[in-house]
Ligand binder design. Structure first.
Ligand code: B12
Ligand code: SF4
Length: 512
């Protein structure tokens, strides 16, 4: 029998608040590393996983030097963190094979190909081919299934996926940039995941659990209902798109099937913004009514709000926030974020064409917290707004008043657990997401940030935590989006050119 290989799968993460202890209680959790670990034959490989989102930056030389193969996944702005871990792993174990994939690699495939041994733009299945190529076919699993047994322990919550990608094309979304087809797994695959996570509250982390096939959606509802009624799962939550809420009957069916909460990307209550961002599915049902109906049906509705001071005056954004705060019939948003020009999206292209992205913006800055674009109002005002936004600073009294009104209105319709979850959102918003998701880091000192990409202090993670040969210096240079003149940087140009020429060959405009 061939020698056992050591494999480390890491979900890389730059915390947008630069917390260093991870966020073990933040919901949802990253699952890419757990799903990818399933591509390895468990008898022939010793597989370990690590999530920087859950556990904080990986700074353990023993673990970094351990694997024969390092597999990296993470969000688009985690690209540079992949470079850091690659440097550590290569310095500590020169023969290590580094495989990287996920949104960051799909956004910058050319740049990625110049660094990683395998830069994969595929789904998890592509990892099987890389394993076969690097180690031999016997090291890849015959039948892929997520390694829930390796996931960060959670007795209460289990995360599953029943589909991939999305059937909508919002202009700011990285899935639109990737253009991959919405796909559902077989219902049997969802059933196996539920069996593996029995006894827990289930979170379906699909981008769109509703999808575009009513029959198959109903099949899944029935399956969840069976597990719920027989006590095999406690309850469930899912992410759905706005069109779901046009079906009152589905709300009732979901409730009977054990649905505790739904998350949807409201993004804005402003119709013009929805149209501009091509979020038309949010116009299928009036948004306030949709939230109210969902809550009245006994399901907690959670959502995020995206503020874009590049296309809207701050006064208008402030009045939208004020409107939310004086409407206790709806939940408070789970988070507020700035619009992000995610690489390759139509929104990114628009910002680039109009030279709206600020000079010296790093890929790392595109986290929804740092202001990275020119704004309608003076930049100082926009920065002040961006600083206030995540914690709704200046609105604390209204936040508390909203919490009281909301609790009073829904105390009978929602279960105590749902009310508590809604109030956790209040705590998350009012403490810039720190206290509730990462309790041990609240009082720690964090590096001073300017919240403006051009002047933002470099994340300390860009300083190696151990001595490395000088040949690894380039791994710690931030990937730049723009140069000092606000023009696209050399770091991203090869990928921009490749994408434009590909789109040209297909007879379409880039990102159209
Ligand atoms: C959990 C989650 C989070 C977690 C943790 C994220 C993390 N990875 O560390 C938290 C809550 C922190 C988070 C935050 C944000 N998130 Co989020 N999040 C998710 C969510 C719901 C699930 C991610 C997941 O684990 N999926 C399950 C795995 C199995 O899927 P996957 O990662 O896509 O991997 C598959 C393929 O991509 C591929 N693949 C992935 N990696 C690799 C590697 C290799 C080698 C190979 C071969 C294949 C491969 O194979 C996998 C299986 O097919 C997704 C939605 C979704 N359904 O994916 C959004 C999503 C990833 N988030 C998104 C966004 C926009 C954000 C925020 C920017 C939101 C905001 N404005 O505040 C922030 C970013 C904060 C920051 N620090 O910068 C976007 C995409 C962002 C991007 N491209 O960077 C998504 C897709 C939601 C959406 N539809 O818009 N998020
Ligand atoms: S509905 Fe959500 S996942 Fe789908 S394209 Fe829009 S933002 Fe992306």
């Amino acid at each position: 029998m061939s020698a056992r290989k050591k494999v480390l799968v890491v979900n890389v993460f730059f915390d947008e608040y630069r917390r260093r202890n991870g966020s073990p209680t933040r919901i949802p959790r990253a699952m890419g590393h757990v799903f990818l670990a399933g591509a390895f034959d468990s008898a022939r490989n010793a597989v370990r996983v690590y999530s920087e989102q859950h556990s904080g930056p990986l700074l353990d030389p023993d673990l970094l030097g351990w694997p024969d193969m390092l597999v990296l996944t993470g969000l688009t702005n985690g690209f540079d963190r992949m470079l850091h871990l690659t440097a550590y792993a290569r310095a500590l174990h020169p023969g290590v094979v580094v495989v990287a994939g996920g949104p960051a690699i799909r956004a910058l495939p050319a740049r990625a190909a110049s660094v990683f041994d395998y830069a994969l733009t595929t789904d998890v299945e592509g990892l099987g081919d890389a394993i076969t190529d690097a180690f031999g076919p016997e090291y890849a699993s015959e039948e892929w299934f997520p390694r829930f047994d390796l996931a960060e322990p959670s007795r209460l919550v289990g995360y599953v996926e029943s589909s991939r990608n999305c059937n909508f094309h919002c202009s700011f979304c990285s899935l639109t940039a990737e253009g991959r087809r919405f796909q559902r797994y077989e219902t049997g695959f969802l059933e196996r995941q539920l069996v593996a996570l029995e006894g827990r509250h289930i979170v379906l982390i699909d981008n769109n659990f509703f999808g575009n096939d009513r029959r198959r959606f109903e099949e899944r509802l029935d399956l969840l209902g069976e597990f719920y009624r027989s006590g095999r799962i406690r309850s469930w939550s899912a992410l759905v798109t706005g069109d779901f809420f046009a079906h009152q009957d589905y709300l009732e069916r979901a409730k009977t099937a054990g649905c505790l909460s739904l998350f949807t990307g409201v993004e804005s209550f402003d119709a013009a913004t929805l149209r501009r961002t091509k979020k038309r599915q949010n116009e299928v049902a009036p948004q306030i009514e949709m939230i109210r109906n969902c809550l009245d049906a006994g399901i907690l509705l959670e959502y995020g709000i995206m503020a874009d001071p590049t296309t809207r005056p701050i006064a208008e954004l402030e009045s939208e926030i004020a409107y939310i705060l004086r409407t206790p019939q709806i939940t408070l948003p789970a988070y507020f974020t700035l619009a992000i020009p995610l690489l390759g999206t139509p929104y990114f292209q628009e910002c680039l064409d109009e030279r709206r992205i600020l000079p010296n913006t790093r890929l790392h800055d595109l986290d929804g917290v740092v202001l990275s674009m020119k704004t309608i109002d003076p930049l100082e005002d926009a920065v002040a707004f961006a600083r206030r936004l995540p914690s709704l600073a200046g609105h604390r009294k209204q936040v508390l008043r909203h919490a009281v009104g909301f609790t009073r209105r829904y105390a009978r319709r929602l279960a105590p657990l749902q009310i508590a979850a809604a109030l956790v959102n209040v705590a998350l918003v009012a403490t810039a997401s720190s206290a509730a998701s990462s309790p041990s880091t609240v009082f720690r000192r964090r590096p001073v940030q300017t919240f403006l990409s051009t002047t933002e202090t470099l994340d300390p993670l860009y300083r190696p935590f151990m001595n490395l040969p000088s040949s690894f210096e380039r791994y710690f240079k931030p990937t730049m989006i723009t140069d000092a003149d606000g023009e696209p940087s050399e770091d991203i140009l090869p990928d921009l050119v490749a994408k434009a020429s590909l789109a040209g060959r297909e007879g379409t405009r880039p990102n159209a």
